[in-house]
Design a protein around this ligand. Structure first.
Ligand code: NAD
Ligand code: GLY
Length: 373
């Protein structure tokens, strides 16, 4: 039986040569999850290990289970603990144990219902179970909707650093139900907005303007249902386009790290847990904007537009008080250093960035001085 597409929902193609997939976005789409799986050719009766955490399974677990069971899938729910500190191989081992208990086969699937932590770990567990089974991503934070769920980066943290253990493992489907954002703490929502601003600056000036024109861009009700869906759609499309062009981060995909190099410094030196990832990225975008202004490759006016928008989202913009030497040392230890040269994604205009590896330590020191005022 052919299953018709749900025309009420927006769909974005992640046009990979091998195993392309769709991102579906729609209010209430969680209820159609089972049908969406049938539509992409996953047969009814397949086993699915649904992985979530209590904050998310509380409000959405039952709807998710019902949608899958209604379509004839054989589903078990596994709850794992929330939090970045749980993003470890030990938690992945719990997922593997549940996969063993449920007797998951090659044709079975794992499904992540939650934020980026659940998504990254479930993706990694799926990538490694029986040398790789399918995974479905159902993100429930704004950050996971616009970033983590799309693109196939999966993994866990190592005591030596974040996301050091991982694999590329693309999902079979990403289904985004914006209604799930209703229960997301507002601070987490705003942290996700930083990644949306990132897409605007790196390639979508209309998305940036859409955010600028919104009188209250800092909360879901302020954005309104239609505008929120458009923001999700444009962000997902931006990520999908970059991933399709450079799946394994040979070059272009690095532009998705806009704001992340300085952001990583803020996360590391202020201590993980002080700032959420998106908040650190917000500070990082302002800092790299200043670096670009200092070297004359970006206009002060556009840097101020970026800063204003970030401020209106109630996100932090001020560079914290950090020892300049510690900052330089941290930058040199960053994953994004290549052949000993610092690499920065630099804004050129709102809607275009470039990757530069000719930034000197003196320029960084000057920028840090300028950020103090
Ligand atoms: P998160 O997964 O830790 O979720 C944040 C908090 O929100 C958690 O306490 C969670 O339980 C709660 N939550 C989630 N959805 C909720 C909802 N709808 N209602 C109520 N509470 C809800 O944080 P995150 O920001 O989604 O993800 C961060 C992780 O994503 C990091 O580990 C980061 O490394 C990873 N990440 C991965 C990629 C990638 O490409 N794979 C990209 C960016 C970030
Ligand atoms: N979040 C960066 C990437 O997916 O490449």
């Amino acid at each position: 039986m052919a299953i018709a597409p749900n025309l009420q929902h927006r769909q974005i193609a992640v046009a990979l040569e091998q195993d392309p997939y769709e991102v579906i976005i729609g209010d209430g789409s969680l209820e159609t999850l089972g049908d969406a799986l049938l539509r992409i050719g996953i047969q009814s009766g397949r086993k699915i290990l649904l992985v979530s955490n209590p904050d998310v399974a509380g409000p959405y677990g039952e709807a998710c289970l019902n949608a899958l069971q209604k379509a004839g899938f054989d589903v078990e729910l596994l709850l794992i603990e929330a939090g970045e500190d749980q993003k470890t191989l030990a938690t992945v081992a719990q997922i593997h144990d549940a996969a063993f208990a449920q007797k998951l086969e090659r044709s079975s699937l794992m499904l992540a219902l939650g934020g980026g932590v659940v998504g990254d770990m479930t993706g990694f567990a799926a990538a490694t179970w029986l040398r790789g089974i399918g995974v479905i991503q159902v993100p429930t934070t704004l950050l996971a909707m616009v970033d983590a769920s799309i693109g196939g980066k999966t993994g866990v943290n190592h005591p030596g650093g974040k996301n050091l253990i991982g694999a590329f493992h693309q999902p079979r489907l990403v289904l985004i139900d914006p209604a799930t954002l209703a229960t997301l703490p507002i601070r987490e929502f705003r942290a996700g907005l930083a990644e949306v601003v990132k897409y605007g600056v790196l390639g979508d000036p209309e998305l940036f303007e859409l955010l600028e024109q919104c009188p209250h861009p800092d909360h879901p009700e302020g954005l309104g249902r239609d505008r929120l869906e458009t923001i999700l759609e444009r962000s997902a499309a931006a990520k999908a386009a970059v991933v399709a062009a450079d799946e394994k981060e040979g070059g272009l995909r690095a532009i998705l790290n806009y704001g992340h190099t300085f952001g990583h410094v803020v996360e590391t030196l202020c201590g993980y847990g002080t700032w959420l990832h998106g908040e650190a990225v917000a500070i990082g975008m302002v800092a790299v904007g200043e670096l670009a202004v200092q070297r004359g490759s970006w206009s002060r006016a556009e840097a101020e537009r970026q800063q204003q928008l970030i401020k209106r989202m109630q996100l932090p913009t001020r560079w914290p008080s950090l020892e300049p030497d510690a900052v330089l040392q941290c930058l040199q230890g960053d994953k994004k250093v290549r052949d000993g040269r610092l690499r920065f994604v630099m804004p050129k205009t709102i809607g275009a960035v470039e990757i530069r590896d000719d930034i000197t330590l003196e320029e960084i020191s000057r920028t840090l001085e300028a950020l103090k005022v």
